[in-house]
Design a protein around this ligand. Structure first.
Ligand SMILES: [Zn+2]
Length: 413
């Protein structure tokens, strides 16, 4: 279902977003085709296209094949029409990207964050690195629209703050939106990492991500972003998609929320490594080369991925057990939401995506009610490993150019 525009006056910004979205998704496309795609009159389409051309957001990119009448000019989005900075904050590192309007990454950088570092310190370092990275790309600063922040939840959506995120020692209620606004002097948007990733996927995925999908984000922890009928769900507090607290078969671990059957404690690199060592013993850990300490999760996970690829039974078993639980949670979410697609992404998916997709497929497509209606597609992110940071940048692009998306934007100070 395409998003429909309105022919009322005074909503030029909204119509501009509707037309740009249609050109981005269906382009190259002619003005004549845009009218039925957007529900706007051909006169309104012409006016809006003139403004988009003047703003440098679209270009005339040739002609449609002639069918005897006047040749139709085709319109395409201009990648160099606008840029955004994206920041993905994780407990041990921040990933910063500069992307163009098409979502292509022009430059990226990862900076390590020390354990227990102070929020003001993190903001100042990240903002400085983002400014240097943007300068290095050589793009026109006037076309850089702002900075998007993707952070682990929970967040206070109305106040633009992150609230005591697990794994960030000593972080209480941190007003990141305001802090980044002051540090960058630019508009800032913020969302939890999984929702930002889902918005990035929708922004860049075009037709492949139109409609509805559940995005499962695997990073240090697990989260989900939900897009229903082209609209992202935020919920009343901005925390829709807290997938880590979905109930699964009760095990022996207690979640940081107090729950005894939450998915969260069983997935993520640290949990999978701990599970492997417990079930298969120190000998298996030594054979694979796992250190097993909390400070070596990053390195251990790299090693484990290699053994998964080789088909090592202990490594595959540990990942598969976690994947089955993700599948259980996905099954419930798919039944509830009626999405026809589950998309998997995030830093911790690399190397284990096949097992994850297999187990989610088995859970979702062999047991749910929706299977009698249609099969649910299980797919990898179209963006890949940087989906958190690119998703963060797309918060800004969406906030400016996508119709009807609710954003946490605030002008810089
Ligand atoms: Zn929980």
């Amino acid at each position: 279902m395409a998003t429909q525009g309105t022919n009322l006056p005074r909503v030029g910004g909204y119509n501009q977003a509707v037309v740009l979205d249609a050109i981005r998704t269906a382009g190259p496309v002619s003005r004549v085709e845009l009218a039925p795609l957007t529900g706007l009159t051909s006169q309104t389409v012409s006016n809006v296209v003139r403004r988009l051309l003047a703003a440098g957001l679209v270009s005339e990119s040739g002609y449609a094949p002639s069918n005897g009448g006047k040749r139709r000019t085709l319109l395409s989005p201009r990648a160099d029409g606008a840029y955004a900075v994206g920041v993905q904050l994780d407990p041990d590192a921040a990933v910063i990207v500069v992307v163009d309007l098409s979502g292509e990454v022009l430059a990226s950088r990862r900076i390590r964050l020390a354990d227990g570092c102070d929020p003001a310190d993190v903001v100042s370092r990240v903002a400085g690195a983002a400014a240097r990275l943007t300068t290095r790309t050589g793009v026109d600063p006037a076309r850089v629209l702002g900075t998007g922040i993707a952070t682990p939840g929970p967040i206070d959506g109305s106040g633009g703050a992150v609230v005591a995120p697990p794994n960030f020692a000593g972080w209480g209620r941190v007003p990141l939106l305001e802090m980044f606004g002051a540090a960058t002097g630019m508009p800032v948007a913020m969302d939890n990492d999984a929702t930002a990733a889902a918005i990035g996927e929708r922004w860049i995925g075009g037709r492949a991500r139109a409609g509805s999908f559940l995005f499962i984000y695997l990073g240090t922890g697990v989260g989900a972003g939900i897009v229903l009928n082209n609209t992202v769900l935020h919920g009343d507090s901005g925390n829709a998609g807290e997938f880590g607290h979905m109930a699964v078969q009760p095990g022996r671990l207690t979640c940081h929320c107090g729950g005894t059957n939450c998915l969260g404690p069983y997935v993520g690199p640290g949990a999978v490594i701990a599970d492997l060592l417990e079930r298969h013993g120190r000998a298996a850990g030594d054979r694979i080369g796992l250190t097993g300490g909390p400070e070596s999760v990053h390195q251990d996970w790299k090693v484990l991925r290699r053994y998964v690829r080789r088909g090592d039974p202990a490594a595959v078993d540990a990942v598969r057990r976690a994947a089955r639980l993700v599948g259980q949670a996905a099954r419930g979410a798919v039944a509830l939401l009626d999405v026809s697609r589950v998309v998997l992404g995030g830093e911790a998916v690399r190397g284990v995506e096949q097992i994850m997709c297999e187990e989610i497929d088995a859970a979702v497509n062999t047991t749910t009610v929706p299977r009698v209606i249609r099969k649910v597609d299980i797919e990898k992110s179209v963006i890949g490993e940087a989906v958190g940071a690119v998703g963060a940048a797309s918060l800004i692009l969406h906030g400016n150019y996508a119709p009807g998306w609710q954003m946490l934007t605030r002008p810089g100070t």
